[in-house]
Design a binder for this molecule. Structure first.
Ligand code: C2E
Ligand code: MG
Ligand code: MG
Length: 843
């Protein structure tokens, strides 16, 4: 629901709730007021009625007494005009006197046997009527006859006279009479004149409470009727009395004294009348009577002489009617108010929501990515501030997203590129190859992978520092890039000094050409500040789909081929073949078996003599490791030494050879005058990975009792290539401990003159390839003689290895190289055989 609708609805509902609440309160208030006013009205009416009743009663008594006195006057007048004996009087005579005296009737009562009886009368009903059963009336008659003052409580008593209260005539219950009785002893009868009906009731009609009550019921809306109940008889069986054979109810026993009783509910009313008398408070109930909702209120009145209850029946429907009328008025007003509020709040909410809608629409636009969009609002209120803030936010979002796009590009680039060379990285290649694989499959085209590793790059890093190393990598990357066609190839840096070159749709021949071109270009000298650097590269090639259809495997195969190139001396490109995979497996097998052999101390040492060919003297021995596996037979050191180097087994292997050979030579030397020197081969790795090589060597020599002076370390030129400070320091320490350092296989590496002069070297061992090149005609002997000359000029010792032939020995002797080693003298042989052939023989 929109805010606009919400505001107007909320306001309307709020106003509605307030108005309903107000109406409810108003309704309750009105009801209370109405009930209050009814109560007040009832109280007033009650007071008035009570007053009127009292008045009427007093007035009635007064009038009654007046009539009583009048009747006495009439009695005395009758006495004067009548004879003293009733026997002498006629009824007609009485009629005449009654007319004259203006009374309704005259009756004469005389004593009978035990009664007082009406003897003469203008009213035929009275004649012969007995009074014995009349109660206090009879008492009064007797007292009159006895000339005593009448003592009964009711009526008016005067000398010789008593007039009873107005009562229903027991001679004829259809009439209400006021009687007077006179007897002064001069007659044999009581004179009884009386007024009947009209005269008696006239007063009551004129001045009695009924008139007032009628006025209330007719004038006051809602008052249905007023009833004055006689609590003694109301609701009970009629209190009829029978006198002289006539049945009637005494006036004082009438259940209702005044007013009407049309809304009859006798049983309930009787209960309420009794209750109200008991509590002394007014009681009330409401019930439907005669088709109306009647509220009846009963008020007890306690007079000195008598108690009565005033009942007021009120038309309660009028209250409801009034309340409903008020309620309808209020509801009408409420509806009108709500319509006004709804219209007003709708107009008001529109003024609020219009700018909100605008802001929302604009913000939605911004949220859709329309950053930088501005809200146009010329306002100084909260909306103005909001618009400014949204504009600022939109601006910052724009700047932020622009930055984000840039950063994303950079991150994407970084994720797929090498930061140093900016070439794609391994991840890029992997993803790219997957795509290429698909197209290659569809188009049936080959993909080639060239895996390149810079030979001896670590040496550059170690000697010239990482900055030069990095520069070199960048330079190499440029040269490699220059060798390939950019559209159909990707040059990526795999990490360190490794590159992967991916070629699309190149056959094997073209791939090989490119690989060779790369090898060639990498080989060219580099100018790095003051340095002139020479490095080479080994490349391995694998082809899709020929070698594998899986990218990872393909890269792994190219890597394997690269290792093969390295094994072949580096500076080469080698294509992958299945054998390499086999070799790989073979390497794993050799590694595990070698590890076991070392653990089981199964390595043997063979000794090859070093001879001074000029004197034929045995100068020393070279210790060469031999391993005979139960399954593989003799395994060549040329095969397992590189594996031992790669796997870290070289150190325990070396320790075993060291200990065995040192012990052996020390034993041999014990009884020899011309002590034998021992040469042990050290791997370049040992100088890099073994922190305490010097202590190790010294302690083994010491333990075996072999003098350091008789100990020679054979290292290949590669050790010198990685001549980190630590390596040089180690060599210097070993040399200063008396040991000799010999460069093995000299001439195959890249040692420059500067190395040779600056490093701690004692001997150069000419590589056997140069010796074996020497023909019987002494052809191809230039290198050997050049090395000999070089060694001499450097004032180092020289030894030639691999001497197999007589002419080779001769040539070397001719060129002043006396120390020799080779099959010509002896193959490497086990200790026992050596002992037999050399030690014991010499002895
Ligand atoms: P190296 O140190 O240059 O050892 C000389 C190699 O040439 C030995 O091969 C030896 O048997 C062979 N040899 C000696 N005279 C002749 C000859 O007249 N003609 C021919 N064709 N060969 C000759 P081996 O024992 O197979 O060792 C190969 C290489 O393995 C060694 O070359 C050395 O670099 C390494 N090696 C051998 N034993 C050890 C060792 O205990 N530790 C280390 N680190 N390397 C060792
Ligand atoms: Mg050697
Ligand atoms: Mg050698």
């Amino acid at each position: 629901m929109s805010i606009k609708k919400k505001i107007s609805l909320t306001f309307t509902l709020l106003v509605m709730v307030i108005l309903i609440l107000n109406n409810y309160l108003q309704y309750m208030h009105s009801k209370d007021q109405l009930l209050d006013s009814i109560e007040r009205e009832i109280n007033l009416v009650t007071e008035e009625v009570t007053f009127q009743i009292e008045n009427a009663q007093k007035g009635a008594l007064y009038v009654e007494n007046m009539i009583g006195r009048e009747l006495r006057t009439a009695s005395i007048a009758a006495l004067n005009s009548l004879p003293p004996r009733h026997e002498d009087i006629t009824n007609e005579q009485l009629v005449q006197i009654a007319k004259e005296l203006n009374v309704s009737h005259i009756t004469l009562f005389a004593k009978a046997e035990d009664d007082i009886v009406g003897v003469k009368s203008t009213d035929s009903h009275e004649i012969g009527i007995g009074t014995k059963e009349w109660g206090y009336w009879y008492t009064a008659f007797e007292q009159l006859f006895a000339l005593e003052p009448v003592t009964v409580e009711e009526g008016l008593t005067l000398p010789n006279y008593w007039s009873g209260p107005i009562e229903i005539a027991s001679s004829n219950p259809d009439h209400t009479d006021k009687w007077g009785y006179y007897y002064d002893g001069t007659t044999n009868y009581i004179i009884n004149p009386y007024m009947r009906d009209k005269e008696v009731l006239e007063y009551e009609e004129k001045f009695g409470p009924v008139k007032v009550m009628n006025r209330f019921t007719s004038k006051l809306d809602g008052i249905l009727e007023i009833t004055v109940f006689n609590p003694e008889t109301f609701g009970k069986a009629d209190a009829t009395v029978t006198i002289n054979g006539n049945k009637f109810i005494k006036i004082s026993d009438e259940p209702i004294w005044y007013g009407s009783y049309e809304y009859e509910n006798t049983a309930t009313d009787r209960d309420y009348i009794q209750k109200t008398l008991k509590t002394g408070k007014s009681e009330q109930y409401t019930e439907p009577l005669q088709g109306k909702d009647v509220q009846k209120t009963f008020i007890p009145v306690k007079d000195n002489e008598q108690s009565y209850v005033i009942g007021i029946a009120y038309d309660y429907g009028l209250v409801q009617q009034q309340l409903t009328h008020d309620l309808m008025d209020h509801i009408g007003l409420l509806l009108l108010s709500m319509v006004i509020v709804f219209i007003a709040s709708s107009i008001y909410s529109r003024t609020i929501t219009k700018p909100i809608s605008y802001v929302v629409a604009q913000v939605n636009e911004i949220a859709k990515g329309n950053f930088g969009k501005r809200l146009k609002m010329q306002r100084t209120d909260e909306f103005g501030v909001l618009a400014e803030n949204v504009n600022a936010l939109s601006e910052s979002l724009k700047i932020y997203t622009d930055d984000l796009v840039k950063s994303k590009k950079i991150i994407e680039f970084q994720a797929y590129h090498d930061p140093l060379t900016s070439l794609p990285n391994r991840r890029f290649i992997k993803e790219k190859v997957m795509v290429l694989e698909q197209t290659a499959k569809e188009l049936n085209q080959p993909i080639s992978i060239i895996f390149l590793d810079v030979d001896r790059f670590k040496h550059v890093n170690d000697t010239l520092g990482h900055n030069i190393g990095d520069e070199l990598i960048v330079e190499i990357s440029k040269r490699v890039l220059a060798c390939v066609q950019t559209e159909k190839s990707i040059v990526a840096r795999q990490g360190g000094d490794e590159f992967i070159i991916l070629l699309e749709n190149h056959n094997e021949r073209d791939t090989m050409k490119i690989a060779e071109a790369i090898v060639e270009t990498v080989k060219q000298p580099y100018k790095m500040g003051d340095h002139e650097l020479y490095v080479s590269a080994s490349c391995g090639i694998s082809m899709y789909p020929e070698h594998s259809q899986d990218v990872e495997t393909l890269i792994m195969y190219a890597d394997m081929a690269m290792y093969e190139a390295k094994n072949l001396g580096g500076n080469k490109a080698v294509r992958y073949n299945e054998k390499m995979n086999d070799q790989n497996k073979e390497r794993a097998q050799i590694e595990s078996k070698l590890r076991k052999a070392i653990e089981d101390n199964m390595l043997e040492v063979y000794y090859q003599p070093k001879i001074n060919a000029k004197t034929n003297e045995l100068k020393g021995v070279e210790a060469l490791v031999r391993w005979k596996d139960a399954e593989l037979g003799f395994v060549s050191p040329a095969l397992f030494i590189p594996i031992a180097e790669d796997t870290g087994l070289i150190q325990p292997l070396w320790e075993q050879i060291m200990e065995k050979s040192c012990k052996q030579v020390a034993t041999w030397n014990k009884n020899r005058e011309a002590k034998l020197a021992l040469s042990v081969n050290f791997s370049a790795r040992q100088f890099q990975d073994t922190p305490n090589i010097v202590e190790k060597v010294t302690s083994i020599l010491h333990n075996c009792g072999l003098s350091p002076k008789l100990f020679e370390i054979e290292i290949t030129e590669s050790v010198l290539m990685y001549n980190t400070n630590e390596t040089i320091q180690a060599l210097i320490s070993l040399q200063s401990a008396g040991m000799k350092i010999a460069i093995d296989d000299f001439g195959t590496g890249y040692s420059s003159m500067s190395y040779l002069t600056s490093l701690p070297i004692n001997t150069l061992k000419i590589d056997q390839s140069f010796i074996q090149d020497i023909t019987e005609e002494y052809q191809n002997s230039e290198i050997a003689s050049a090395i000999i000359n070089l060694v001499k000029s450097l004032q180092l010792e020289v030894i030639a290895e691999g001497v197999e032939k007589e002419h080779q020995k001769q040539y070397l002797l001719d060129h002043n190289c006396e120390n020799m080693q080779g099959f010509y003298f002896s193959k490497p042989i086990p200790a026992n055989l050596f002992e037999k052939q050399y030690i014991n023989r010499i002895e």
